[in-house]
Design a protein around this ligand. Structure first.
Ligand SMILES: *Cc1c(COP(=O)(O)O)cnc(C)c1O
Length: 391
């Protein structure tokens, strides 16, 4: 098995094919020509490994596919135009009319929509379960269950599933297991080692890591990847552009450095926040206070930069005051880039014509980026001080 360094620097590159250039070229073309009927015929028998048309396979994208597959310890991988596309392709490829999906109860919002609103239109039913106890998953299995969808950890309160137990259970019932591994990244967790069938990523997050590309990845056996490619990817056109793939190859070179930095800084901030008098509750999977700390430490060698807190705030006004005093965390969705971010739950309260979010208004999810941890802590410290000043 190649090392992480080998994967990032050497694997998948075909330098003799492009003048021994160090950086792979952007093969910005929609289609490819053949020198004979025979060679075109030959390519048509296996579009996934030939270059015919860029909705299918493109050489720049192919380098990225090979590297991501190696990072996730799977035989093959596909790169898609978004994480949502990767999730949809992996799920849709494995269900049909009359089938049933089991999914963890708080997945990414568009995964929730796919399973609870989109697929029921095509006769696919679902059960959401609290996956922290594998027994709940077992109880939800029906004779028509075809997919078990996991997200471990999820990206708000970080509940995790026992991946070995889930894959063993699913195999007994011929259920395909899919996991959204965006949060842990391929550096900290490789679910295929635990027997999970398909690993999907929002590559927008850590894999690209520079907040300039929206992309997804699907990692699995060659047979599964070929099946998803021939049906969902080609039919629904979930492809990524060669230019975006080249940006991702560039981002990928520093993946381990970036996630380790985010992880190290997040651990410092998690300790700080846990002990802060203005914090009611702090969620971070690798903090000893986390309810599933033991399993989290067993399954993941790190967990990246997401931390969620609930403030001890007397009213919404004081939460808004804290948020406006924070300078170094930008208010934005997404995460996994170089820049620190926050999503205050209060955004989703008091919105005209919409119901309030079920998540308490004093909750904030922070993403700790690549800035200096001490500076980030000092910034939070001055902002949170207004909540303790009067005590
Ligand atoms: C962002 C995200 C997605 C969706 O990915 P896109 O690239 O935005 O389509 C899926 N799962 C998780 C956990 C995410 O954070």
């Amino acid at each position: 098995m190649p090392t992480l360094s080998d994967i990032l620097t050497h694997e998948g590159e075909n330098r003799e094919q492009y003048f021994h250039a160090i950086a792979p070229p952007v093969i910005q073309t929609s289609n490819f020509a053949f020198d004979s009927v025979e060679s075109m015929r030959n390519a048509m028998t296996d579009e996934l490994s030939h270059h015919i048309y860029t909705r299918g396979n493109n050489p720049t994208v192919e380098i990225l596919r090979k590297k991501i597959a190696l990072l996730e310890h799977t035989e093959d991988a596909l790169v898609t135009g978004s994480g949502a596309a990767a999730i949809a392709a992996a799920v849709i490829a494995n269900v049909g009319q009359g089938d049933h999906i089991i999914c963890v109860q708080k997945p990414y919002s568009w995964t929730y929509k796919l399973i609870s609103q989109f697929l029921p239109r095509f006769g696919v039913s679902f059960t959401f379960v609290d996956g922290t106890d594998t027994a709940d998953i077992k109880r939800a299995i029906q004779t028509n269950t075809k997919v078990l969808f996991l997200e471990s950890p999820n990206s708000l309160t970080f509940e995790i599933q026992d991946l070995n137990a889930c894959s063993r259970l699913a195999k007994q019932h011929s259920i395909v297991t899919i996991i959204d591994n965006s949060h842990a990244s391929p550096v900290f967790q490789n679910p295929s080692d635990a027997g999970i069938d398909i690993v999907v990523h929002s590559a927008t997050k850590y894999i690209n890591g520079h907040s300039d590309v929206v992309a997804g990845a699907i990692c699995s056996s060659h047979a599964m990847i070929d099946k998803i490619f021939r049906s969902e990817i080609m039919t629904l056109g979930m492809t990524i552009s060669p230019h975006d793939a080249a940006l991702m190859l560039r981002g990928l070179r520093t993946l381990p450095l970036r996630v380790r930095q985010s992880d190290a800084s997040a651990r410092i901030l998690a300790d700080y926040l846990y002990n802060h008098p203005a914090i009611e509750r702090m969620y971070f999977p690798l903090h000893p206070s986390f309810p599933q700390f033991e399993l989290a430490s067993k399954q993941m060698s790190g967990c990246g930069g997401l931390i969620t807190v609930r403030l001890k705030a007397p009213d919404k006004e004081s939460v808004l005051q804290v948020i406006s005093n924070i300078r170094k965390f930008l208010i934005a969705v997404s995460w996994g880039g170089y820049e620190s971010l926050m999503i205050p739950s209060i955004v989703f309260h008091d919105m005209p014509g919409l119901p309030d979010s079920p998540i308490h208004w004093s909750t904030i999810r922070f993403y700790v980026g690549l800035e200096d941890a001490e500076e980030l802590q000092a910034d939070l410290d001055q902002a949170l001080s207004i909540l303790v000043r009067d005590k």
